[in-house]
Design a binder for this molecule. Sequence first.
Ligand code: SF4
Length: 439
Amino acid sequence: MTQIEAARDNKITRKMEAVARAEGQHPALIRDRVLNGTVVIPSNIERDITNLCGIGTGLRTKVNANIGSSLGCEDIKSEIDKLACAIEFGSDTVMDLSTGKNLKKIRKLILEKSPVPVGTVPIYEIASKKMASKKEIGSITVDEILSCIEEQAREGVDFFTIHCGVTKNALKQLRNSNRLLDIVSRGGALISTWIVQTNKENPFYEYFDEIVRIAKKYDITLSLGDGMRPGCLNDATDRAQITELVTLGELARKARKESVQVMIEGPGHIPINQISRNVEMEKSLCDNAPFYVLGPIVTDIAPGYDHITSAIGGAIAASCGADFLCYVTPSEHLRLPTLDDVKEGVIATKIAAHAADIAKGIKGSQELDNAISRERKKRNWVKQIELSIDPKKAKQYRRSSESAPKNVCTMCDEYCPIKIYDDSTKKKDDVYHAIKEGL
Ligand code: SF4
């Protein structure tokens, strides 16, 4: 029985209860939102996940970290270290985006070791096999696609990115557009190549019912991919992107009808003034399905700092209603992320998600800020550091300060306004009490 089927039978599952507990919500609310498709709980029946998470309306904004090898960088150990790092800094899910010959080994290890839901993009494995045997992408068969999806489902993958919206029609819109960067999604580029080489419709679109059948068997969440996402500000919110989004909305409806959970992936690179419009369009065209955005990156001029450009976009998108932020690391557009890049990416995205949660009024978010502010008022650095998002870094900074042992910091030193005000009000209080007690 899938989560949606259970909800339809009015049942509250163990997974719904776990999500409700983590969010401080009533389990019936989670059940109702799973049923109407506004919340998903990515969790394959074949895998026991310690840190289950719900994604969607009214819940804390979730963060995903992409890990995995590339053809040029196939160090298995380093990818497992990245998994541990992403979890340590609070990633709610991870996606294994491996390509290359060690792809299966890496996925198996990630599935074994990850306490959080794991997502994959099956077309990467299918294309990697073709490329290894020097065959054309157009030689991929429907059977190869379905058997790869089934195999990954059996292994326990919790959510799949399926680029089912890259249709012939979307490609026509792309050709008529004035894009600077055409296609920047790996899945999107592979499928458009398949369409061009075979002159047939996208098999992920044509055989969507078969994919839904597999997803249903393992209660896998489908993440409908944005192969037409804009790769630069110039290309944002154009016909190709919106044509794909309309298709994703129709397919999302189909999946839910079959009791399969579904979320929608979104852009990409968008100017700040287009973010709210993009979120509204997704919500209205996809019946409020959870929106999973990559960034969005709000300016193209900052290679090396794209964890910042995307955190700005992520905070705005989530405050407008996006539910799930895919991290971007400082190495975006430059190289495969290192361990440090993963840490920077997760922390920047967690900050964006938390800032948005305050704006969304998510239960308990502002309390975290109030707790640290109370300690700041007391000038209690031990507690402030304990409550901070990256205690190690905060401690390092504090320790490197000359005034570390004092009750101020080197920023203002003896002119610390918090201390000055505290001292002055304390004196006034002393005088007041002295008068009151007739001294
Ligand atoms: S010295 Fe300035 S920066 Fe440091 S705690 Fe006081 S007010 Fe804040």
